[in-house]
Design a protein around this ligand. Sequence first.
Ligand code: ADP
Length: 309
Amino acid sequence: MIVTVTLNPAIDVSYRVPRFQIDKGHRVENGSKTAGGKGLNVSRVLKQLGSEPLCTGFLGGGSGAWIEKKLIDEELKHSFVQIDEETRTCLAMIDEHGGTQTELMEKGPVVNEQEIEKFQVSFKHLLEEATMVVASGSLPAGLPPDFYREIGEWARAANIPFLLDTSGKSLELGVEGKPFLIKPNKEELCQYTGKSDLTFQEMIDAAKGICAKGVEYVLISLGAEGALLVGHAITLRAEIPVVSVINPVGSGDSMVAGMAFALHNHYDSVECLRWACACGISNALQATTGTIDPQVVRKLLSQIKISTL
Ligand code: ADP
């Protein structure tokens, strides 16, 4: 069983607002409301691929209850720790006419000491059944910034591969927990290295440096440019077909799900990279964030060109 960790989930509400203007009122159609959070996207895609993931993290208040109901409706197995404060809501105003997307993202609840302890106990129980752990996204306030390092250490002690997709300080400290794989995009890798831009070779060098710290693989996602998979002894580049993109939000999460699925099935690194890219592309071809079409994924696999660098 693959356990996905979403520590700071959100209700994602999005409104279509034609000709959105600052400082004006807008009458709009009812917004779409989804159970959001990167780890939940990973779980959805894993389920579409035929896995039965289990989602964990923190949920609180009425929004937390709403998300839990959605997960039940979607038949996603879950075991969240209940917290006192309210799970956050994130709001997007999409103006297709003006080509803008304005977002308001709440910071979210503050998780207290007791709730952190409850999570530790519950997570360690889940590790008894888990065969892989995937953690994605930001940390809510109250958690120590090295929380992903701790998760990595627990998973390592249980001999379970840990995949981490996060950014900034939580990535920097998370690497110290020696995850099996991390998935930065170019911007996140720039942030990690403290550079404003990186050439291809510099990205590979940075990834090799991360591997030297005990990470097995660094999967660098490059949007329409494909991806790089760097390990101690290999560097693979994936070139992907040109497609008509509909909504690339959630492509990174879908890529992580594709990688987790392929690793879980013991595919070799070339195949794993193909599955990761195919899922990322398939997500970009769909309107709904964090979903794929498994048939499209299978068709895309052969269209991804992998070369050894
Ligand atoms: P993130 O969402 O984490 O920034 P990316 O945007 O790099 O991740 O997307 C992850 C993967 O999804 C890419 O490596 C690629 O395979 C696919 N993808 C993303 N955007 C596009 C695009 N515009 N065209 C084709 N594939 C894409």
